[in-house]
Write a protein that binds this ligand. Structure first.
Ligand SMILES: Nc1ncnc2c1ncn2[C@@H]1O[C@H](COP(=O)(O)OP(=O)(O)OP(=O)(O)O)[C@@H](O)[C@H]1O
Length: 803
């Protein structure tokens, strides 16, 4: 194809518009080379079996595509089953026009600018490359790399060539390469969007029909064709790009010819084309205007919304009131939710505080117990040690003492005992000697007395015998006499009797003598016997005495010994007892030590547990503080949301003397509405509506009135400034509300007392974390003079205070 030709028309009427000037050849070649390389890369990736070299030439590409099979395959790969790949052609012979024709028809259907069959056979491969790249762009938009941005002719791009391609050239190059008409510039507007691909195809088809022109011969356009084109609405469906291409082509042709003359019909056609383009521009402008209007309408809508929002913010108009109400409702809901959350938080906090207090108490109790236990343990230890020492010393002392005593006693008793023993033995010996002596004496005496006695006895017996003999003799003489007397008796009885009497006298005399002798010997005997017995008795008494004495001494010594033994025994038993008690003490001290060790261990365990508990408590308190901070923030946000300035109205009940009067309060609304009736005015005029944050009816209690103010007291302690004051005519109940009645019970306390009570209460509860200083000032403003009511000096200081 001739590179100098500026405008070409193929057999099938495709406007290839390759009419670039010869001076642009070198840059175009570079562009073409890059495009081809890009196309080859794409074809290789799409059909890996193709195996085209990266730097394939136009001829390589031609030989690959010439039979049309690859083209059909490419198409089917992009859109499966789109064309029939059937008719294979003979590679060596002419290209399979059937396959190529199928591909070209498909291009028509897809609205992609196609190439001419002759281009594929022997002409420039540029149109073929462009066609394929557009096809790629249509099926794979935005997948182009390396600075390529190929879009279909339907895409809106002001830098595109009229063939819908954007080369990898720089903007400057493109500026040089493309000559842009004013229409093209007009077409740069982003709103100049082209019809869809299908429509494009339809229009392009028509346009091709319209422009059945041969290259470089628009002057020779058949009159019939131009007339047909000149018909009204014949250009209606032609794409703008195509129209611009036509205009460019004509202009280039005229430049080529250097004649500057454009045949009249062509000029007419050109005008028509221009008119058509202008019409389209005006349509687009109209479209733009409508869009502009649309945007304006939207802007107005948004502005009205902004105004509504502003109105809401200022809260002046009725509308804002409505919106405000809506928002207030939302805020109320949010508030109730937050309050519920706050409640649970408060409960949690209270629970945590309680737990903390309890654990603090437990800890302090345990600490106290531990201290006490330690002290008692120390005391007991000390006591025991001192006791043990004392006991030991006492024992040792007692032991020593008892030992000494025992020794002393032993020494004493032994000396005494030995002394007394010797004495006793001596005495006993002496006594025994005496006894022996006395025995001897007694024996002697006995011997003496017996001999004497036996002597006197023999004497007596001799005498008795003599007497008996004499008696016998006398008896014999009596008998003789009797015998004589018998004889003589007969002589003289009286004589005999005289004689008997004489004999009997003699017998009595001799008997008396015997008795006398007997008594004499007996008395003598009895005398010596008694003496002897007496002496023996004395001796025996002495012996018994000495024996008794010795016995007594022995008994004494024994008793002393026994008592010392007893004492020793007592000492030993005492020592044993002391040792036993010492052992017991030791054992008890051991057990106490053991117990104390145990207690220490248990205390350490408890301490550890307490440490863990303390840790958890510390964590909990940290969380609690964080919660508290959040809670405070939320709480104060709620207070803010409720409004910085709140006005409450309280209706005082009638005083006892005012019962008969009628109230002018007509209605007390839940949402802060108060309707007051003026009975002197008729109808609506007599009713006035007031709005407050809240209205408290005449039966409202002090607690109810305070309940709405109460949260602010907490805010005070969170560092917010709060002012509560009462306003009203005299006797309306300001003092009653703020202070309470004179004889005030806790139930009747006014806002001041309740606020102070809460203030101290909360500060007390937070004392572990925050120390508050609370001050009170009381002033009176009267006749525009401020007086310090709490001033201690009687003068009642007046403002400004002098410090
Ligand atoms: N809510 C109420 N319930 C019962 N009695 C009330 C109530 N409010 C006020 N009173 C009574 O009304 C009388 C006047 O009230 P109070 O003294 O509080 O009014 P005030 O506005 O402080 O008057 P002033 O401005 O003259 O000091 C008192 O006897 C008070 O006990």
């Amino acid at each position: 194809m001739d590179s100098t030709s500026s405008y070409s028309k193929t057999e099938n009427g495709v406007v290839t518009s390759s009419g670039f000037h010869a001076s642009r050849d070198s840059s175009e070649q570079v562009v073409n080379g890059k495009r081809r390389a890009y196309l080859v890369e794409w074809l290789n990736s799409l059909l890996p079996t193709l195996g085209l070299p990266k730097n394939a030439s136009d001829e390589d590409l031609r030989s690959c595509l010439i039979d049309g099979t690859i083209l059909c395959r490419i198409l089917n790969r992009l859109k499966p089953g789109f064309v029939d790949e059937g008719g294979k052609s003979d590679q060596d012979s002419v290209p399979s026009s059937e396959n190529v024709a199928r591909f070209l028809v498909a291009m028509d259907v897809l609205g992609v600018p196609k190439f001419d069959m002759s281009d594929l056979e022997k002409g420039s491969m540029k149109t073929v490359t462009d066609c394929l790249l557009i096809l790629k762009a249509q099926f794979m938009p935005n997948v182009m790399g390396d600075g390529f941005s190929i879009t279909s002719p339907t895409a809106k791009s002001d830098n595109q060539s009229t063939r819908g391609l954007l080369s990898p050239l720089s903007v400057e190059e493109r500026r040089k390469v493309f000559s842009e008409s004013k229409f093209q510039r007009a077409l740069r507007s982003p709103v100049m969007s082209e019809p869809s691909a299908a429509l494009m195809h339809h229009v392009g088809h028509k346009f091709h029909e319209v422009f059945q022109m041969k290259q470089g011969c628009y002057a020779d356009l058949p009159a019939a064709k131009i007339s047909e084109m000149m018909k009204p609405n014949s250009l209606d469906n032609a794409p703008t790009q195509s129209l611009l291409s036509v205009v460019n082509g004509i202009l280039d042709e005229s430049v080529e010819r250097k004649s500057g003359e454009i045949p009249h019909r062509v000029a007419c056609l050109l005008r028509k084309v221009v008119q058509e383009i202008e019409r389209r521009i005006s349509t687009q402008a109209e479209h733009l205007r409508t869009q502009n209007n649309l945007f304006k309408a939207r802007e107005e809508k948004y502005q009205s919304r902004v105004k509504v929002l502003e109105a809401l913010a200022s809260g002046t108009s009725e509308e804002s009131q409505l919106v405000m109400n809506h928002h207030l409702q939302q805020i109320k809901n949010e508030r109730t939710r937050l309050e519920a959350k706050k409640k649970t938080d408060d409960e949690d906090v209270i629970r945590l505080l309680k737990e903390k207090d309890q654990s603090n108490l437990e800890i302090s109790g345990l600490k106290q117990e531990l201290d006490i236990a330690k002290k008692t343990y120390d005391l007991r230890c000390l006591q025991m040690e001192t006791e043990a020492k004392g006991a030991r010393a006492e024992l040792e002392r007692l032991l020593e003492e008892s030992r000494n005593k025992v020794k002393e006693l032993e020494a004493n008793s032994q000396s005494k005992f030995q002394l007394s023993k010797a004495e006793i033995e001596e005495k006993v010996k002496g006594l025994e000697g005496l006894l022996e002596e006395s025995k001897n004496k007694v024996k002697k005496l006995e011997a003496n007395s017996e001999s004497k006695y036996q002597l006197s006895k023999a004497e007596l017996e001799g005498r008795v015998k003599e007497l008996e003999r004499l008696l016998e003799e006398s008896k014999n003489k009596v008998k003789e006499l009797e015998a004589n007397s018998e004889s003589k008796y007969q002589l003289s009885k009286a004589e005999l009797e005289g004689r008997i009497k004489e004999l009997e006298g003699f017998l009595a005399e001799s008997r008396n003598k015997v008795n006398e002798l007997e008594t004499n010997s007996e008395s003598k005997y009895q005398f010596s016997k008694a003496e002897l017995e007496e002496r023996i008795k004395e001796l025996e008494r002495l012996l018994a005495d000495s024996r008794n004495e010795a016995k007594q001494l022995v008994a004494n010594a024994e008793s002393k010994c026994k008592s010392w033994n007893k004492k020793e025994h007592a000492c030993y038993s005492f020592m044993d007892f002391q040792l036993g008690s010492l052992k017991e003490l030791r054992l008890s001290s051991e057990s106490i030590k053991h117990e104390i060790l145990k207690a220490g261990q248990s205390y350490s365990v408890e301490f550890n547990q307490l440490g863990v508990k303390l840790q958890t408590l510390a964590d909990a308190s940290e969380n609690y503080h964080a919660l508290l901070a959040e809670n405070r923030k939320l709480f104060n946000e709620i207070q803010d949301l409720k409004g910085n300035i709140r006005v409450y109205c309280r209706v005082r009940p009638f005083l006892p003397g005012q019962r008969e009067k009628r109230t002018s309060v007509e209605h007390v609304g839940e949402n802060g509405e108060l309707v007051v009736a003026d009975r002197s005015k008729p109808g609506k005029e007599g009713h006035r509506l007031f709005k407050f944050n809240k209205v408290f009816g005449s039966d409202a209690t002090q607690a109810e009135v305070y309940s709405d103010t109460q949260p602010l007291i907490r805010s005070v302690l969170d560092g917010y400034n709060v002012c509560i004051f009462a306003y009203g005519q005299t006797g309306s109940g300001k003092t009653y509300t703020m202070t309470g009645p004179n004889s005030s019970t806790k139930e009747n306390w006014g806002v001041n007392y309740r606020a102070l009570n809460d203030l101290f209460d909360i500060s007390q509860r937070r004392k572990s974390s925050i120390t508050y200083e609370i001050g009170v000032q009381m002033v009176e403003i009267y006749n525009e003079q401020v007086r310090d009511l709490l001033s201690s000096d009687g003068s009642q200081k007046k403002y400004p205070w002098q410090l």
